[in-house]
Structure formats: C-alpha cells, structure tokens
Ligand binder design. Structure first.
Ligand SMILES: *Cc1c(COP(=O)(O)O)cnc(C)c1O
Length: 385
C-alpha cells in the first residue's frame, strides 16, 4: 500500500492489552460494522451494540452505567447539561394539548422553558406550591402528562413530600420527574421514593470542579426508558467523551467531597443563624427551612447550597453592597464545585412572598470555614447603620 493509504488505516498497530485504573477516552463519530447486515442506527447501544458516536462512545456509556448503578436506575442517558435533561423529559412526556405541573420553586430555566418552548408547543405547564403534598391530586386533570418535583427547590430550598406527590400522581396514572441535582443523585433516593424519571446536572457535584457541563436522565424502568430514548435520539443530544472522562474522575471523589462540603456548609449555616442582621437561614438541616421535617425523614444528608435572608433593618442596596464587599466568596450562580460563591436575588418573588431583595444564596466550597465566616463578618460589618 502507498504510505498515504497506510496513514488512513484505522487498525491499531500497538498492543491493545493496556490495563489501567482510568477509563479510556474513546473519541469517534462513525462506528465501523463487521458486515452490511450489522449496520444499524440504534440508540439502544447498551443492549444492541455500538451504532453511532451520537449515542455515546464507550466513555459516555461507562459514565451512564455508573450513574445508573449509583442511583439504582434501570438505565441512564448522558446529555449535554442539566437544562438539556429538563428539555428531554418535557419533550418525552408532553405533547400538544398536554398539561404538566411544576413547583413555584423550580430551577428558573425550567420555568422559562415551561413559559417559552412548551407553551409554544401548546403544552400548559401550571406552577404549584412546592409544599402541597398529596393535595396535588386536586390539580391533576384528564390531560396531565407530567409532574415535576425539585427538592429542595432552587433558592428558597423548599423540601417537597415527594413520596406523597408520587402516590397521588400514580393513583391517576401520571408520571413524576425529579430534579435531583441538590442530592447529586445520592442524598435522596429517587427510585426508592417512587419517582419515574430522575435527572441531575452533573455540572454541579459529579463534575465538582466548575469545569464541565453535563447532565443525566435516569429511567426507573423499561417503560420510562422507552419514552425517553427515541426523543433523546431525535434531539441528537451528543456529549463530549472528554467531559465524560472528567465526570468519571469526579465520581471517584464524590463521596469525600460531599462529606467535606456538608460539614463546611453546616458550620457556616449555623454561624449565620446566630448573626443579628440575619433573619432566616434556609438550609435543609435547619428548622427555618420549609419542609425541614421531610428532609429529616427522606434524605441521608445535606450538600453545599443554601440561602439566608437579612432582616428588614437592611435595605436591598445594602445587600448588594454586602455581596460586593466579599473577598473569599466569589459572585456566581452555578454551584457544587470547590469554591464558595454568593449571589443576591434582587427580584425573587414567590406567590404570597416578596423577599424585597434580601435573599442571598451561598454555595460553600472547600475553603476553611473560619476564613469564610470571617469574610461574611467583614462584609456584614460594613452594613452597620
Ligand atoms: C444548574 C442546574 C440545572 C442546569 O444544569 P446545567 O448543566 O447548568 O444546564 C438544572 N437544575 C438545577 C436544580 C440546577 O441547579
């Protein structure tokens, strides 16, 4: 063969029996088949063999299988981010004319998708009180196709009675999806509590270092997977094997990071609860948190994100000054990494609740808690009237 042809021969020349502790990064779009009869375009690669890199190379399938094993799922699909996971679930369960329910306290972009994309597709997504429990039954209609849960909710940290919502939903044949990002898929056992589909942003705790974007959608059983798979294929939700490799590395330290983050976060949250300018601390393990008792019943721990409110002696402008005065905490939205973050929500509103720009969300990282508390203290001292 000409040397130019030799350049293109895909057959490996080196020994292939390398065994290590790291999952190889398999790149590839085209899959090469043994013969014409074997050619397929099938998203069910776990069962039927590899068909196309779009549905994951072995690196992505390794990550999917590990998440499924940890969450106790039937099977997991890896997608480009948490928001892509939310889109996949909506589009798999809802069609024109469907009704869906989403808690008021859901992740903002989930509600934006409800009001935007889903409304445009003639799907009505109705917000509900996250603390509704089994009264959700009254909101279920003939055409209700999906109930979302997110527990704790974003920013206000409301803990939902997921088992009660699942029981009411299943009694009327409605599927329940859970955004389980706060729990990293482990602190709350979604499938033991009856959820049909559980998603998480791996961007947060599994990635764990603020350097990748990925999400997962985990199916309770074959029926849930059969709904999700074809839509996953049609949307073309490809992921990078490099990002999957980073997420696989993140999984190796997930347990120790979650333990350390929980300890650091509890220390800062308890300290904040004692500060004279602080009104309430919305941390699942603290009694101010809406649904705290349900957290104590259903969760095996807490993680690193929580909120607090200043009392009404502090103006909304002063809260912004407080954020800007922080030195160790960085100002940022995403969370679950090793750095502490703070952000104020100047316009956050919930039905019957206006926080008047006094609600601050923190993500606690792996810095030493005494340095974090000193930073909060110096920023608060600037607020003294
Ligand atoms: C961050 C987040 C998402 C979205 O994840 P991305 O990977 O940023 O798209 C979804 N749900 C919750 C609760 C989140 O905090």
């Amino acid at each position: 063969m000409d040397w130019r042809t030799k350049l293109l021969d895909p057959a490996p020349l080196a020994r292939q029996d390398y065994t290590s502790l790291a999952t190889p990064v398999y790149r590839g779009s085209t899959v090469v088949f043994d013969d014409q009869a074997a050619v397929t375009d099938d998203w069910r690669q776990h069962e039927n063999g590899y068909s196309y890199g779009l549905y994951g190379t072995p690196t992505a399938l390794e990550l999917a299988s590990r998440i499924a094993a940890i969450e106790g799922a039937h099977q997991t699909l890896v997608v480009p981010g948490g928001q892509a996971a939310i889109a996949l679930i909506y589009l798999a369960y809802c069609k024109a004319g469907s009704h869906a329910l989403v808690p008021h306290s859901a992740y903002g972009p989930n509600k934006a998708m409800a009001e935007g994309l889903m409304r445009g597709l003639d799907v009505e997504v109705e917000p509900y009180d996250p603390l509704i429990g089994d009264d959700i039954s009254d909101l279920i209609r003939e055409n209700t196709a999906l109930i979302w849960c997110e527990s704790p909710g974003s920013v206000t940290m409301d803990i939902q009675d997921v088992p009660a919502i699942v029981a009411a939903a299943h009694a009327k044949g409605v599927a329940v999806a859970l955004d389980n990002t706060y729990s990293a898929g482990v602190l709350f056992d979604a499938f033991a509590h009856g959820v049909d589909v559980s998603m998480q942003a791996l961007t947060k705790y599994v990635g764990g270092h603020s350097d990748l974007l990925l999400g997962t959608v985990s199916a309770r059983d074959a029926a849930a997977l059969d709904r999700l798979g074809p839509i996953y294929q049609q949307l073309g939700l490809a992921v990078s094997p490099d990002d999957c490799s980073l997420a696989l590395r993140g999984l190796q330290t997930l347990a120790v990071r979650l333990d350390a983050l929980e300890r650091n976060t509890l220390e800062v949250a308890h300290w904040l609860a004692r500060q004279p300018l602080v009104d309430e601390v919305y941390h699942p393990a603290l009694p101010d948190c809406p649904g705290h008792n349900i957290w104590a019943r259903d969760f095996s721990g807490s993680s690193s994100v929580f909120s607090f409110t200043f009392n009404d002696s502090v103006s909304s402008d002063q809260v912004i000054n407080f954020i800007n005065a922080l030195k160790v905490f960085r100002i940022g939205m995403s969370w679950g990494g090793v750095h502490s973050l703070a952000v104020v929500y100047p316009k956050l509103e919930r039905p019957n609740q206006d926080f008047a720009g006094r609600i601050v969300r923190l993500n606690i990282g792996l810095e030493v808690p005494s340095d974090l508390m000193a930073d909060l203290e110096q920023a608060m001292s600037g607020l003294a009237p």
